[in-house]
Design a protein around this ligand. Structure first.
Ligand code: GUN
Length: 288
């Protein structure tokens, strides 16, 4: 058996087209474009690439992009002052402060300063609490993208066994909350889990987000499992995920490739969150 390869690039393009159509509706109804402010502190090359592609995607969707590039020695007080201005700027529906931040800035303090109603990254503790308790809020973009890919494979997730490998605030924990809300039976495995293969042997769904190249072996998987690989690991062999793809593709029912799987979904979900924020703030119904 060979797994179906989940085409994240195509799914992300479809979502971006849906968002662009809804943006046009929003603009007609409200007389303005949804606005996303992206803040980059310093010159980290990988972050600069992310911020550029976020800006391009924002404009392509018909939204207004506000880019704020600050010098690497920016003080925490100055960054907090910018966030405070963006919080009250009526043209800004979403605020994203690109991580990592330079060492003189406490990232948690900055995330806490963002208005939760503009927290399109979904990193604020209020966003995490809303997700955990089923209140409307913002879900972090990467796990939300994973959920959309899973739904294409399993329109009904209720009752399925899911193993999330990794417990980060950005992926593992919100992914577990989303799958719990979908009525999956969820196990969160991590670096101290005693027998990962024993857990994976029962898993209909595996979401791997540990950041260790090829750690999850094909022979550990339940035949037919749906495998979502969030890992992006730079190795001598190029970009690889957390799952040993060559082994897993022989056992899984469906699997995301790296690259071209989860990655493209993240920006598409950021655009979706920004549109949803704009609709909530203007009282326009969101079609997504
Ligand atoms: N750095 C890498 N990915 C992300 C992201 O999704 N959001 C933010 N704010 N920073 C990041």
């Amino acid at each position: 058996m060979t797994a179906t390869i989940i085409d994240g690039k195509a799914r992300a393009a479809a979502l971006r087209a849906d968002v662009a159509a809804e943006v046009a509706r929003f603009r007609a109804a409200s007389g303005r474009a949804p606005g996303l402010a992206v803040v980059l502190v310093g010159e980290d090359p990988a972050s600069a690439v992310y911020v550029r592609s976020k800006g391009r995607a924002t404009r392509e969707a018909g939204m207004a992009g506000f880019e704020h590039r600050l010098p690497v020695d920016t003080s925490q007080a100055d960054l907090l002052a910018l966030v405070a201005r963006l919080n009250v700027d009526p043209a800004v529906d979403g605020i994203l402060v690109q991580l990592p931040l330079p060492p003189q800035i406490d990232a948690n303090a900055v995330i806490l300063a963002i208005d939760p109603d503009k927290d399109v990254d979904g990193f604020h503790p209020v966003s995490a609490g809303r997700l955990a308790t089923g209140l409307p809020g913002f879900v972090p973009c990467t796990p939300y993208g994973c959920l959309l890919l899973l739904h294409d494979v399993h329109p009904r997730l209720a009752g399925l066994e899911a193993v999330v490998v990794g417990r980060s605030n950005i992926v593992g924990k919100p992914m577990a909350a989303l799958l719990t809300a979908e009525s999956c039976t969820v196990t969160v495995a991590h670096s101290r889990t005693r027998d990962l293969p024993a857990h994976l042997a029962r898993a209909d769904i595996v979401v791997a987000a540990v950041g260790v190249a090829g750690m999850i072996r094909g022979e550990w998987l339940k035949p037919g499992a749906c495998v979502i690989d969030v890992g992006i690991n730079r190795t001598d062999m190029g970009l690889v995920g957390d799952v040993d793809f060559a082994g897993a593709v022989e056992v899984a029912g469906a699997i995301t490739p790296v690259p071209g799987g989860v990655g493209p979904m993240t920006i598409a979900c950021l655009l979706r969150n920004t549109l949803v924020s704009a609709c909530r703030r203007e009282g326009v119904e969101a079609g997504l």
